[in-house]
Design a protein around this ligand. Structure first.
Ligand SMILES: Nc1ncnc2c1ncn2[C@@H]1O[C@H](COP(=O)(O)OP(=O)(O)O)[C@@H](O)[C@H]1O
Ligand SMILES: CC(=O)N[C@@H](CCC(=O)OP(=O)(O)O)C(=O)O
Length: 295
């Protein structure tokens, strides 16, 4: 069993948090909670406690969640095949129905329920609610399969075209914590599946968030020797993509970070959501965690 710190140490820990609480007082922090980071019920409870503690500390958190692995499992159960092209799920009519059911249904309500159980004031929404986010269809993408370049139509995959921040401002003014599923209507009335990182970047940009935290399943951006890089500039990120250090799912994540910084978000952090209380460690301690990306 781990030993508890004595009372003085506990007080010191609280005092250490004070300047951080002052820095983030009344500031908007967007937290992207990835499907891989969700883990077991205990991890989900830790995450919910972090959100509630931030609320209590005067921070305005906005949670954007993913759920890729959970969508995959449901599609498997239903016998619907699923493929990805450049990190995006090819989404036909049957798939988008399952995506909406899993993201805006079970996962959204699960997260809202856990935050509420910890005493928080969460409200579950998706891009469709009050037209908060209008999506446009992502064009064709080029994917390489067995060294053959193919043009792939992603179907009902969208990217945020417009964010109606008045909706989120109203929710925040009511002292509620929005928990957002990355599903939105297009101007054409169709339902679109939006990558959760992209959705979080658009929300953070539109809300001029102080911080965007992307919780994933690795400690942050790793170098070629798999060592954590605690701080990177946008130029360094671009060089790491060009030289092949950053690959796969980390590319859209880093691109989201670059977009958010360009939109005026002050700091963007990629961190390990499986570490207990990752958000609190990052925001309210001197310790920090993950990779901070700056302009
Ligand atoms: N340089 C890198 N540093 C860290 N992870 C990387 C890097 N390059 C590629 N990756 C991959 O990116 C993954 C994170 O992206 P992804 O699986 O899409 O996360 P999530 O499901 O949380 O959105 C890591 O698990 C890792 O396999
Ligand atoms: C278009 C697209 O790929 N959408 C994602 C949405 C969920 C997501 O992004 O979840 P994670 O953050 O857990 O990966 C999907 O269908 O899996």
């Amino acid at each position: 069993m781990t030993e508890l710190p004595d009372v003085f140490t506990q007080a010191e820990i609280l005092v250490q948090a004070l300047p951080h609480m002052q820095r983030y007082d009344q500031e908007i922090i967007v937290i992207k909670y990835g499907g891989h980071a969700m883990g077991d019920p205990e991890a989900a409870q830790d995450f919910a406690q972090d959100v509630v503690l931030l609320e209590q500390a005067g921070v305005k958190p906005i949670v954007v969640h993913g759920g890729g692995p959970q969508i995959g499992r449901m599609l498997d159960k239903l016998g619907i095949k699923s493929e990805f092209a450049n990190g995006l799920r090819i989404t036909d009519k049957a798939t988008v129905e399952v995506v909406e059911m899993v993201l805006a249904g079970s996962i959204n309500k699960q997260i809202v329920g856990t935050i509420s159980a910890e005493g928080g004031k969460a409200i579950g929404l998706c891009g469709k609610d009050a037209n908060m986010v209008i999506a446009r269809k992502v064009g064709r993408t080029t994917a390489t399969d067995s060294n053959i370049e193919k043009h792939v139509d992603l179907g009902f995959v969208g990217e945020p075209e417009r964010v109606n921040r008045a909706v989120l401002d109203a929710v925040l003014a009511a002292e509620l914590t929005p928990v957002l599923a990355p599903v939105a209507n297009g101007a054409d009335g169709a339902t679109y599946n939006v990558n959760a990182d992209t959705f979080a970047g658009a929300i953070a940009g539109a809300m001029r968030a102080k911080r965007l935290l992307l919780l994933t399943d690795v400690p942050g951006v790793l170098d070629k020797d798999k060592k954590l890089m605690p701080e990177l500039t946008v130029d360094e990120c671009r060089a790491l993509i060009a030289d092949g250090t950053i690959t796969g799912g980390m590319i859209p994540k880093v691109e989201t970070c670059i977009y958010a910084l360009e939109q005026g978000v002050e700091g963007v952090v990629i961190l390990d959501g499986k570490q207990p209380h990752a958000c609190l460690l990052e925001l309210l301690t001197d310790h920090g965690a993950g990779t901070l990306i700056r302009k």
